[in-house]
Ligand binder design. Sequence first.
Ligand code: B12
Ligand code: SF4
Length: 503
Amino acid sequence: MSHAPRTLLINPTITSRGSARFPLSLLNLAATLDQAGSSRIIDGNVDRDFVALTLQTLASERFDAVGVSVMGGPQIAPSIEVSKAIREHSPAMPIVWGGYFPTLYTDTALGAPYVDYAVRGQGEESLVELVAALSGQGSGVASIGGLSWKRDGELVHNPSRRFSRGDQSLVLPYEKLGDPRRYLARTFLGRRTAAHQAALGCRFRCTFCGVAAMFGGATALPTVQRLERELSYLKYELGADSIQFFDHNFFDREAEMIPLLEVMAKLEMPWWCYARADALLNLSESTWELVRKSRLRMAYIGAESPSGAMLKEIRKGTRPDQTLQVAELCRRHGVIPELSFMVAPPVNTEEETELTFEFIRELKQINPASEIIVYVYTPLPESSRHEKDRGKRPSTPLLDLHGEPVVFPATPEEWTQQRWVDYACHADAPWLDDRMRRRIRDFVTVLRCRYPTAQDLRSPRWAKRGLSAMAAWRYRQRRYDRPWELDLANRLVRLRLPQVSGI
Ligand code: B12
Ligand code: SF4
């Protein structure tokens, strides 16, 4: 007999204690599921004992399916743990994995005995149709777009869904998180910063980026009404005083951005977002005036490389001179550019890395307030690119330190090995030797001591000044090697690194 479907949604622990942000993926899924059924959210970033809580919840309430949100890197181990526990205690419960990991590595995720379904890409419609099918309504699973499943042990991939621009009338059910105010965090933006997503997707298709693999070059901005309604709720109902936009890429074409910036100028909440150098350079002076009024404090810009050839190879679509120009432009307008770089590519590893260090120095001269993030270049395997891009301009084959082809993990368990977690976190790659790792670490140590991040609220000002003075000679003379005295001082002060998680 059919009944209104009920789904348990789980966000396995990924952040450190006390730094949970709204689990936006689950809030969006819950909002859609609740239109024809109901759902409950367990957030492992808040309920640290989320595996036990999941088992208790399944034992005391009826559900038709459990959906687990899985991002590559440190979230895989807790995702495996909770899925295995569910399989053991409720063997008949369908387990669905969704998010970046199953989208990019579908066969790897679905091959696991504790994953029954993998949803690729945006999950709202596929999950609603899947739980309807599982609760005896709707058509069978074979017709659900974006779904991968198992038929007699064989993996079946239904056709993908088209990009969905999102339901503009959707209201996120924050109340499902208990008191949503506990997700507001003290950051350099304000005392109560909220995480929010306004625009979906990104119109670019950089070969290394998970967003391109998820959206295949599609993007959609929110309507003015939706943005105003959502930000007003965060400001007036929850008391948020600043916003961190988890959009894939916030700034789009100028004409379409103006009405959105007007909303933000009206609400006057300091904000942080992802942006591209070219988009910011294309804004007119009057739009920059609006940006200033809207109180944009920091923009995370993927600078990636100082090499035009590498930027072409990864299809970034921006040039190194634009990175330099945007640093200057941001300085003039009082916005801190948070520029991320990918060093140590598999070819010309050392040369590209040293060039990047020099380029970072040039940027620091143009705009000393620029925040710099140094990642190791860890491209996605060819198989995980968006189906529209697969096989097109294949990237250079990846070889390890011994010249052997890099073989990516074939199971979620293998992805939990430290070297693969590091790969997913852009912290290490199989073609790096210890000397190169050390060189990168030493440069980053000297740089972050010389220029402590504005996002570090914990270290006292005197400590930051002291470290900066200690690091000055090394930075000036490019003596990055073995900065033992900075390591020692750092152990006492524990300076933070600027990073995506932010703030
Ligand atoms: C917030 C965030 C985080 C948060 C955690 C979020 C959480 N789960 O609590 C933090 C800061 C901890 C984090 C960490 C990392 N992140 Co992160 N993160 C993001 C960010 C900015 C937003 C994600 C988000 O909330 N989006 C909004 C929601 C609505 O979209 P969504 O999550 O994609 O969900 C949709 C679908 O994926 C799907 N879906 C998701 N879950 C589920 C579950 C089910 C059951 C179903 C059916 C569907 C489904 O449906 C949803 C609605 O359409 C994205 C970039 C972006 N803008 O998306 C990067 C991103 C997801 N992160 C990424 C990465 C790599 C990381 C790291 C592993 C590494 C790094 N250096 O950043 C680190 C780990 C660092 C560490 N050492 O701990 C990559 C993933 C790409 C990839 N190659 O796998 C992204 C895309 C950034 C990027 N451009 O590279 N991250
Ligand atoms: S512009 Fe940024 S978000 Fe868009 S595909 Fe490139 S790296 Fe990813």
